[in-house]
Design a protein around this ligand. Structure first.
Ligand SMILES: Cc1cc2nc3c(=O)[nH]c(=O)nc-3n(C[C@H](O)[C@H](O)[C@H](O)COP(=O)(O)OP(=O)(O)OC[C@H]3O[C@@H](n4cnc5c(N)ncnc54)[C@H](O)[C@@H]3O)c2cc1C
Length: 420
């Protein structure tokens, strides 16, 4: 039976989602002394930008996750609740959780992020693995190493074993980073740890529906990424659409069926499902439709921020689903909640640029004022930025040690134990 968990003590602010946006909102509210309950279905914050390194065994899962309770240890007045938001009664200011409880609020920040978008491609959700959660990264890692194990065994006993093909779907930043990391893994780890398996018997294929990689970046950065991936042996299939996925194949057009031991789906994210379930107004993309100050129409006490919201951009469009917009929108919503009754202030995103890494000393960076970097400078900027934004000193140290060790040893990451 459900009960109101905090109604008797007077409602505070409820923040749903311990991602970049939710944590930024909690930080502002906690510093102002507001009573806050942070809710997340997981007990930890996930640093998504480094998930692909967990998937390729360059980092440990614990390096990119940070306990929500530990994060809030010194924030008096902020409580954490591990539960999923499953319903909202906006007029009563009540949020329903999947543990059967309800939270009353006088302010609500919805920061639940997005989910992998399989675009309804038959078999994709069943057989491909997304790259959005820690669970996804673990699944890729387990499947990848189980596949290499099996291929090595086969190669030891057969003169012409079945080739190992790893297919990455999507040529945005996540797909490029994933494909680059898989190619480096095959180059550096396979010859040393899987001695029967020839590098030539393994292949990474990146499938992209458009005619270029990294659509959001400047043309010279796209060309650089394309050349670097090709140099690392990644087979690039442009103007190619995935029609279906099975346990052993990807069917692409043009091209037909392609053997695939592992399919990583990095083709995009969608925030359609939860807003629809909660009955919230949705923009065309499925993201929550918000007013310029990020509140919900008719509900000045409710805000949607980060990936789940259609964050308004200055040009009339929407801001990309990236970490900086999430952080800035989370802070903005909290600041708006701290001045109830005041005239709403529109959210103004300050562009801090975007980066993507391709591999060792190869990255692209598109910075403000049209500063564009490639190669080692972009890679160092990428490493520095990710270390600084990662939560927790222990995690930063662990990532730094892993990266340094891999750099010096030419790729020897955390020890992997495949579970299936
Ligand atoms: C693989 C990958 C690589 C990326 N690389 C970069 C990069 O290099 N640079 C960059 O700027 N951006 C990058 N991004 C994008 C960036 O990570 C996201 O834009 C950012 O995480 C969005 O923050 P958020 O707080 O809105 O959502 P999230 O970080 O997704 O957090 C949402 C939180 O809500 C919780 N949640 C969801 N549903 C519920 C529910 N019903 N109830 C309770 N809790 C719920 C989730 O558990 C999660 O903790 C990357 C994303 C991915 C997936």
């Amino acid at each position: 039976m459900s009960h109101r968990a905090n109604a008797d003590q007077g409602a505070g602010v409820v923040v749903v989602g311990a991602g970049f946006a939710g944590i930024a909102a909690v930080g502002v509210l906690a510093r102002a002394g507001r009573r806050v309950t942070l809710v997340d279905r997981h007990g930890y914050h996930t640093f998504q930008p480094l998930l692909y390194q967990v998937a390729t065994a360059a980092l440990n899962p614990g390096d990119v996750a940070f306990s929500a309770r530990r994060l809030l240890r010194h924030a008096s007045g902020v409580e954490f609740r591990q539960a999923a938001l499953i319903g909202l009664r906006l007029d009563e200011r009540v949020a329903a959780l999947d543990d059967g409880t309800e939270l009353a609020y006088d302010g609500l920040v919805l920061a639940t992020g997005a989910a992998t978008n399989f675009f309804g491609v038959p078999g994709a959700a069943e057989h491909a693995v997304g790259m959005y959660t820690l669970d996804d990264a673990d699944r890729v890692r387990d499947r990848l190493f189980a596949l290499l194990e099996q291929a090595d065994r086969q190669a030891a006993g057969a003169p012409s074993p079945t080739p190992v093909r790893l297919v990455v779907v999507g040529g945005g930043a996540t797909g490029v980073e994933m494909a680059g990391a898989l190619a480096e893994l095959l180059d550096a780890v396979v010859p040393r740890d899987f001695r029967h398996l020839e590098r030539d018997a393994t292949e990474v294929v990146l499938v992209e529906a458009r005619d270029a990689l990294l659509g959001a970046f400047a043309p010279q950065l796209r060309d650089y990424a394309r050349a670097e991936l090709a140099r690392r042996g990644v087979r690039l299939r442009f103007d190619t659409t995935v029609r279906s996925v099975t346990a052993t194949h990807v069917v692409v057009e043009p091209g037909g069926a392609l053997d695939a031991g592992l399919v990583v789906w990095a083709a995009g994210v969608s925030a359609r499902e939860l807003p629809a379930r909660l009955g919230l107004p949705q923009a065309g993309s499925g993201r929550v439709q918000v007013l310029p100050n990020l509140s919900l129409p008719g509900h000045p006490e409710v805000f949607a921020v980060g990936d789940v919201a259609a964050l308004p951009a200055r040009d009339g469009g929407t801001v990309a689903q990236l970490a900086q917009p999430a952080i800035q929108s989370g802070r903005h919503a909290a600041e708006e909640l701290l001045r109830p009754g005041g005239p709403p202030r529109p959210f103004r995103y300050r562009d801090r640029g975007a980066m993507a890494t391709i591999g060792r000393r190869a990255a692209v960076a598109e910075l403000p004022a049209r500063v564009r970097l490639t190669g080692t400078p972009a890679w160092l900027a990428w490493c520095g930025l990710h270390l600084v934004t990662l939560l927790g000193a222990r995690n930063r140290l662990s990532v730094l040690v892993n990266w340094t060790w891999q750099y010096l040893s030419w790729r020897s990451g955390p020890n992997v134990v495949a579970r299936d």
